[in-house]
Design a protein around this ligand. Structure first.
Ligand code: I3S
Length: 126
C-alpha cells in the first residue's frame, strides 16, 4: 500500500540574511529593534534563525522551534513611513504580527520581496 506522509517535506524556496524588525505581536505594537536574521522561506512560511548553521542544527533537535511566520493570508507591502532606512517592506500576518525587512542591496531586497509575494499569492487566503 502507498504510505502518504502528512508531513510534507519542507522545500526551501530561498534563504539568506536580511535585517529584520518585529514591530507588532498579535496587533500589539512592539519597540522596533533591528537585527540580522537568517531567513528560510518555504511554500507557506518563513523561519528566522540567528545564523545560517542553525536550521541544520534545529533539524537534529525535535523540540526546537524557530520563530516562524505563517504566510497564509499574509500581506506584503513596501513602506517608507515605518523606517528612515531605504528598501523596507512589511509583512502582516493574519494573527496581527508585523515584521519589517531591509537590505541596502537593491537586487537582494527585490528578490526577497518577489519570492515572498509569489509564495503568498499561491496560498489560500485563510
Ligand atoms: O521608528 P523609530 O522609533 O524611529 O525606530 C528607530 C528605533 O527603533 C531605534 O531604536 P531606539 O528606539 O532604541 O532608539 C533604532 O535604533 C532605529 O534604527 C529605528 O529607526 P529606523 O529608521 O532605523 O528604522
Amino acid at each position: 500500500a502507498d504510505i502518504i506522509s502528512t508531513q510534507e517535506p519542507t522545500v526551501v524556496a530561498k534563504e539568506g540574511y536580511l535585517l529584520k524588525a518585529k514591530i507588532a505581536d498579535g496587533g500589539k505594537k512592539l519597540r522596533k529593534n533591528w537585527s540580522t536574521s537568517w531567513i528560510v522561506l518555504t511554500a507557506r512560511k518563513m523561519e528566522f534563525y540567528k545564523e545560517s548553521k542553525q536550521p541544520a542544527m534545529a533539524n537534529l533537535k525535535p523540540g526546537y522551534k524557530p520563530e516562524c511566520v505563517d504566510l497564509c493570508g499574509a500581506r506584503i507591502e513596501w513602506t517608507s513611513e515605518k523606517s528612515s532606512r531605504k528598501n523596507v517592506f512589511q509583512i502582516t500576518t493574519v494573527s496581527g504580527n508585523e515584521f519589517l525587512f531591509q537590505s541596502d542591496i537593491d537586487f537582494l531586497i527585490l528578490d526577497w520581496f518577489h519570492a515572498i509575494k509569489n509564495a503568498i499569492d499561491r496560498l489560500p487566503k485563510e
